[in-house]
Design a protein around this ligand. Structure first.
Ligand SMILES: [Zn+2]
Ligand SMILES: [Zn+2]
Ligand SMILES: [Zn+2]
Ligand SMILES: [Zn+2]
Ligand SMILES: [Zn+2]
Ligand SMILES: [Zn+2]
Length: 535
């Protein structure tokens, strides 16, 4: 559903260095908004907005968008089509063809039309002398140009040109075109020498009901997918039919759709903040190119760095604990001691040429594969954060919809309504994992000679360290708390569970605050300091 073809010109026209063009946002007060108010409903669901930390930022680049259904989009399109039809004194079907030729930009159409009407008429197949009507009936008996059957007056049609066909042949001709996809919008008269366009009026007059409906869908989709409008695009989420329209003057670049899909408003790909669209694209290309050779890092099994026992990861956070009697606590990603991940000396995120003896990086480097090894460092973290994100989302779903919150509330003896802080922490974990993930794509593309890699890694490390603690607390400590309460509540006085729960709540809430703070600094730092890292 993502408009692959024209996204270059359409959405990614960033070329200077300021923040605006980092995401390629642009403000344009003209046209599109005209009479839109097409029933867009604002989305008040705040879950995904955990990142938004201050009002200023909200105003600057907060939500700033509304959702529209296909009907809303159609109304908007119908309105501009009707307006142009009247202004240019042409039938609506032709107005739509002209508009489509100008990528649904009414202003451009007016300019082109009034500077050279015949050029644009010619471009859609309306030669001089043609194009008075979108379709005509025969006024005398004629032979159909396709099946050669003779039909009485009024039983054949043309696309406004002199080539008449019977209704049955038209129906088949249009059905085949519609079955072929959106190119049916470019359909011409069946006579191979005739460029007369087949437009809406003709389709509506002769096509079967199902084909008319499909044609109508292609028309409305074209408005969004082929339009120059930077203000509206379809949600690319699987099965989602919503469009997203940015509000006048706002600059959305990351959209949380109601279907749950989070995507970049500019390029339509999965959300990749704080990496720019170009960086995300370059990274995706790199992953495609080197995906085969790197797939081994996706293995879910590693070995405990102390006892070499195979450890499988089935949790979200990276704090691993080996089984008894080893009980060694280590980091899944760098295999370093977990202790080193809490203090001030957090280095897990940094690519160090002399590290990671356990991952075999040294040996590989000796074989002259330094660039691959470097890529692997970032690639593994990029994929690991995605896996952790998926696990966190699964946990959050289980808490919300799978009765998890109620169960936990009952276990610790509080009403479920007092557990909002837990869902909030998870929302932050999810958002944070997504952001961190893309910081690795970003840092990978940095140029040490030009960019402040050190500073980026510092921000990234701080954010990651706090996120790991937050995730650890929300996931592992919550489970531990629940177990402990079950085990000890009988033996201890009544206040045991309440006390432990209060401790847990305070710790998690504090970690959430700290993490939020780190991430707003991280995003701000990444987005302001470096405009574009891929050239
Ligand atoms: Zn026929
Ligand atoms: Zn013709
Ligand atoms: Zn959606
Ligand atoms: Zn993008
Ligand atoms: Zn071990
Ligand atoms: Zn680590």
């Amino acid at each position: 559903m993502a408009p692959e073809g024209n996204e270059e010109d359409c959405y990614c026209d960033a070329d200077d260095d300021d923040y605006e063009s980092y995401y390629g946002t642009e403000e344009d007060s003209e046209s599109e908004y005209g009479g839109s108010g097409g029933g867009g409903v604002s989305d008040d669901d705040g879950d995904q907005q955990a990142m938004e930390t201050n009002d200023d930022e909200d105003k600057e680049r907060g939500e700033g968008y509304d959702f529209e259904t296909e009907d809303d989009v159609r109304r908007c399109q119908d309105e501009v089509t009707a307006r142009m039809s009247e202004l240019l004194s042409v039938p609506r079907g032709f107005a739509a063809a002209f508009l489509r030729h100008c990528r649904w930009d009414a202003e451009q159409l007016q300019n082109e039309w009034f500077s050279d009407e015949w050029r644009i008429r010619g471009a859609v197949g309306l030669a001089p002398g043609r194009g008075a009507v979108p379709t005509a009936l025969n006024d005398r008996p004629l032979d159909c140009g396709i099946c050669f059957d003779r039909s009485a007056p009024g039983e054949m049609r043309s696309a406004g040109c002199p080539h008449y066909y019977c209704h049955g042949c038209w129906r088949g001709y249009i059905a085949a075109a519609v079955g072929d996809g959106p190119r049916c919008l470019l359909l011409r008269c069946p006579d191979p020498r005739c460029p007369a366009p087949v437009v809406r009026e003709l389709v509506d007059a002769v096509a079967a009901g199902a084909d008319r409906a499909r044609y109508a869908v292609f028309v409305v989709r074209s408005y969004v997918e082929e339009g120059t409008s930077k203000y509206v695009r379809w949600c690319p989420g699987p099965g989602c039919a919503l469009a997203v329209r940015s509000r006048p003057g706002s600059r959305p670049y990351e959209v949380s759709c109601r279907c749950g899909h989070v995507f970049c408003f500019r390029c339509g790909e999965d959300a990749h903040r704080p990496a720019s669209c170009d960086t995300a694209r370059a990274w995706a290309a790199k992953c495609r190119a080197d995906g085969e050779t790197t797939s081994w890092v996706l293995a879910n099994t590693k070995h405990c760095p102390r006892c070499r026992r195979a450890i499988e990861k089935n949790q979200g956070c990276n704090h691993m604990t080996c089984g008894a009697p080893c009980l060694h606590e280590f980091c899944w990603l760098c295999l370093g001691d977990w202790d080193k991940h809490a203090g001030n000396n957090y280095h897990c995120n940094r690519y160090a040429a002399d590290r990671a003896e356990f991952t075999g990086e040294k040996a590989q480097r000796r074989q002259g594969r330094a660039s691959l090894v470097r890529f692997l460092h970032y690639y593994e973290r990029w994929t690991a954060h995605a896996a952790s994100l998926a696990k966190a989302r699964q946990d959050l779903d289980g808490l919300r919809c799978g009765g998890g919150l109620d169960g936990f509330a009952a276990a610790v003896g509080v009403p479920p309504t007092e557990l909002d802080f837990l869902a909030e922490a998870y929302a932050q974990v999810i958002e944070g994992r997504r952001v961190l993930r893309w910081t690795y794509a970003h840092v990978y593309h940095l140029d040490p000679a030009r960019d402040n890699v050190e500073f980026c890694e510092y921000l990234q490390g701080e954010a990651e360290r706090s996120l790991e603690q937050l995730h650890d607390c929300a996931e592992l400590e919550r489970n531990k708390l629940r177990e402990n309460v079950a085990v000890y509540a009988v033996a201890y006085p009544a206040g045991y569970a309440a006390g432990k729960f209060a401790e847990f709540r305070e710790k998690l809430s504090n970690l959430n605050l700290v993490t939020r703070n780190h991430f707003s600094k991280l995003v701000e730092g990444f987005e302001s300091g470096m405009a574009e890292v891929v050239s």
